[in-house]
Design a protein around this ligand. Structure first.
Ligand code: SF4
Ligand code: SF4
Length: 105
């Protein structure tokens, strides 16, 4: 079974008559095909010394760009679009947003 049929659909570029009503996403997991980090203008920086591993940022990140590994959080910059929700929600201000530099992309 094909894992991500969305890839084929995206290559075909369907017109408005072919897309689902309401433009809904019909294929689960399609976000893995869209590495939103390439157009980020602000980058979340995690201060590990301040982090209390409460996982609030993990729960609120809309792009699943915060990963939990061995009980610690890390930011997956390939998918982070720089919305800043994690920084706003962190109870101990362990994440701060910095302007993205071209060299970091
Ligand atoms: S800035 Fe937004 S997309 Fe990036 S890790 Fe934080 S909540 Fe997720
Ligand atoms: S919300 Fe803040 S303290 Fe909690 S895991 Fe994320 S960075 Fe760490």
């Amino acid at each position: 079974m094909e894992r991500f049929p969305t890839e084929k659909i995206l290559k075909k570029k369907p017109g408005w008559k072919e897309i689902p009503i309401g433009g809904i996403v019909t294929n689960a997991g399609s976000s893995l095909l869209k590495k939103t980090g390439s157009w980020r203008s602000f980058r979340p920086i995690l201060d590990k010394a301040k982090c209390i591993n409460c996982f609030t940022c993990y729960a609120y990140c809309p792009d699943n760009a915060i990963k939990v590994e061995n009980g610690k959080v890390r930011i997956d910059y390939e998918y982070c679009k720089g919305c800043g929700i994690c920084a706003n929600m962190c109870p101990v201000k362990a994440i701060k947003m910095e302007e993205e530099k071209e060299s970091e992309k």
